[in-house]
Design a protein around this ligand. Structure first.
Ligand SMILES: *[C@@H]1O[C@H](CO)[C@@H](O)[C@H](O)[C@H]1NC(C)=O
Ligand SMILES: *[C@@H]1O[C@H](CO)[C@@H](O)[C@H](O)[C@H]1NC(C)=O
Ligand SMILES: *[C@@H]1O[C@H](CO)[C@@H](O)[C@H](O)[C@H]1NC(C)=O
Ligand SMILES: *[C@@H]1O[C@H](CO)[C@@H](O)[C@H](O)[C@H]1NC(C)=O
Length: 604
């Protein structure tokens, strides 16, 4: 359904409800008193109830804002997590502030062995101190490819991970991973839940547990806004405040459920976005608060991330873009915040010159024969189809976008690979394609809401946060073609699976139209834990020496999305499900508050 229709019908239904409420004056008086908080002339009871509700709301707001901060300062947090895993190594991040636990010994063993059998000692951490917020990243080495391991620390922290397959092996023809962005603990707010609970992380674990083991994701590619330093408001800009926000997210009980396969065992790879620094950040990497923000990002995320590209065009120290190959895909994870200049100037740069050169070198580089995909991850969307805050995305850097797209189209024409763009940031899902002008497509091939040819971008979020009722994504030209727009849902993520299948290929000049073996990428969109949309892209596996062919168009495999307005109907549904009018009123007040905040500081 067209999004304009969606909001129109929502407005209509709202009007109808307003009208029917007006027709029933006596109930309206109570509702009015309740919703506006104004004293009622008719009834003292209404006024008292309303006053009570407002006091309660104020307390709940204070609870939302401060319970996590005051009761969970988390300076004592001890935890460990797995970061980037290659065929023979695994990065392990450890935090242990308790001196009594030092020195900390790190052991690992193959998961197929009994825990009482021999463990390999990887190393001993003798000192941890405030310079790294008591964190240290150790690399486990000399591991066997495609093997499950468990690790154990002398402070009793344990976990497990699976190494990547050997490049070129049969196992390396497939890969599955997750992607999303944006986390805020305890959102949607529930006064009865742990203040650091993150429902989106629990959806991830539940989904992974239900997948057949062959689809088990190798990692989560998380595209920024891991902390929301300025939502609902900024309480500090010091290094110690930024550090505490990371610790609060890592203190969430949601990481450790379910016990047999907790989310913390999934390797998470990270990019940076504005809410790790400050809303819509574009002031470089020396202006405060960037240095304070970069400190915990380096200790908690960069340290356990994949390696930097082989040609970084900058001093490797402090380089915050990453590149690696896993199975059939090669990855480039951009930093679109640290090096950007003011947007919307003819010479605006979102990557900075070193990173741009590094990306162009990566795009032009032929990959090993079994690598069929180049996946470029950006915290902000490439598409300019989002019409609010466009200049904070690649929409504010269109000249640079053109340079990057030209290089991507050329790579698809010449290298026998396909490029896929991943992004986050918008708290909505949008799939967009950018057809190569050399394809010379007809207007019918460029209509909104169509599958087809082009570079594809999948932008998804939030993993655990709000979405907005206002629809801001739509196609305005034939450069950015809408494939799918799915804004609703407080928890969204994408599952990407790549494997070899026989695909029909109507574009091949083959009169028999026989299925061709292809590397096939399937994108599955999950909303609130359920798969609602699936899309498929393919790269035919040509025999060597075969002339490059036009890539086949993308196809929709499943569409169970329901386009609903964000109207009273939904609110009434929740009325019955949850805490009724009290909760709705909290939400109203919260939205009003957020909208005010949004005016001062945009939040996506
Ligand atoms: C380890 O434990 C298993 C049973 O849990 C036992 O059969 C085995 O002998 C033990 N191995 C060693 C080396 O103690
Ligand atoms: C680790 O576990 C062992 C056995 O359960 C226990 O004796 C020891 O006190 C624990 N150590 C810490 C640091 O919790
Ligand atoms: C890297 O960052 C650190 C901390 O911000 C700074 O002291 C150092 O000079 C930087 N190094 C380079 C090569 O820019
Ligand atoms: C863009 O051009 C302006 C005016 O010449 C210059 O001041 C600015 O530094 C340039 N910005 C970048 C990122 O090169």
């Amino acid at each position: 359904m067209d999004s304009a229709d969606g909001s129109k019908s929502a407005i209509d239904s709202f009007r109808k409800r307003v009208k029917s409420t007006r027709e029933d004056e006596s109930s309206s008086s109570f509702l009015k008193t309740l919703l506006t908080g104004l004293p009622s002339r008719k009834s003292k009871v209404f006024t008292l109830v309303t006053a009570g509700v407002n006091v309660l709301l104020a307390l709940l707001t204070l609870d939302f804002l401060f319970r996590g901060m005051i009761f969970y300062p988390t300076s004592g947090l001890a935890f460990s997590r797995i970061g980037y895993v290659s065929p023979t190594t695994a990065k392990l991040l450890v935090r242990e502030p308790d001196r009594a636990q030092l020195p900390l010994v790190v052991y690992f063993q193959e998961a197929s062995k009994q825990p009482n059998e021999s463990w390999t000692e990887e190393g001993i951490i003798y000192a941890l101190d405030d310079t790294t917020d008591y964190t240290y990243t150790i690399t486990l080495k000399n591991l066997k490819p495609s093997t499950q391991y468990r690790y154990s620390l002398s402070n009793n922290k344990t976990g497990s991970f699976i190494t990547a397959p050997t490049p070129g092996s049969r196992a390396a023809s497939r890969l599955s991973f997750l992607t999303s962005s944006c986390i805020k603990p305890n959102f949607p707010y529930n006064p009865f839940s742990h203040p650091l609970r993150i429902p989106g992380i629990e959806y991830v674990s539940e989904t992974v547990a239900k997948l057949p083991s062959i689809f088990r994701p190798s990692f989560m590619m998380f595209l920024g806004d891991f902390i929301y330093i300025d939502v609902p408001m900024r309480f500090g800009s010091s290094q110690s405040h930024y550090r505490s926000e990371y610790r609060r997210v890592y203190s969430s009980p949601s990481w450790n459920v379910p016990e047999d396969n907790p989310a913390i065992d999934l390797p998470w790879l990270h990019t940076l976005d504005d809410h790790e620094i400050s809303n819509d950040w574009s002031k470089g990497n020396t202006t405060p608060p960037y240095p304070a923000a970069a400190d915990p990002y380096a200790h908690y995320h960069v340290s356990a991330n994949p390696p930097i590209p082989p040609s970084p065009f900058a001093s490797p120290e402090n380089t915050t873009y990453f590149s690696f190959i896993q199975g059939p895909a090669s990855f480039f994870m951009l930093d679109t915040r640290t090096y950007r200049s003011e947007p919307a100037q003819p010479n605006s740069t979102i990557l900075g010159s070193a990173q741009l050169q590094s990306l162009l070198a990566y795009l032009a580089r032929p990959e090993p024969a079994d690598v069929k995909w180049k996946i470029v991850a950006s915290s902000v969307p490439f598409t300019k189809n989002w019409h609010v805050g466009t200049t904070d995305t690649w929409g504010g850097f269109l000249n640079e976008r053109r340079i990057v797209f030209e290089a991507m189209w050329r790579a698809e024409r010449e290298l026998g690979i396909r490029i896929v763009l991943l992004s986050g940031d918008r708290h909505e899902f949008g799939a967009t394609r950018f057809p190569d002008p050399a394809l010379d497509l007809k207007p019918d091939d460029l209509l909104p809401d169509t599958a087809g040819d082009g570079l594809h971008e999948f932008s998804v979020g939030p993993l655990s946060m709000f979405y907005l009722p206002i629809r801001t994504y739509y196609q305005t030209d034939d450069e950015d073609v809408t494939v799918k727009y799915a804004p609703d849902g407080n928890s969204k993520f994408g599952l990407i699976d790549i494997d070899i299948y026989d695909e029909d290929n109507p574009n091949l000049d083959d009169p028999t139209n026989a299925p061709v073996p292809s590397s096939v990428l399937t994108y599955s969109l999950y909303v609130d834990g359920e798969v609602v949309w699936k899309y498929r892209l393919a790269v035919p596996l040509h025999p060597p020496g075969y002339a490059p062919l036009k890539l086949p168009p993308g196809r929709v495999l499943l569409d169970n999305t329901v386009s609903s307005g964000w109207g009273l109907q939904e609110a009434i549904g929740q009325f019955e499900e949850n805490l009724g009018w009290l909760r709705d009123n909290i939400r109203e007040k919260w939205w009003t508050f957020l909208e005010k905040e949004r005016k001062a500081e945009r939040v996506d």
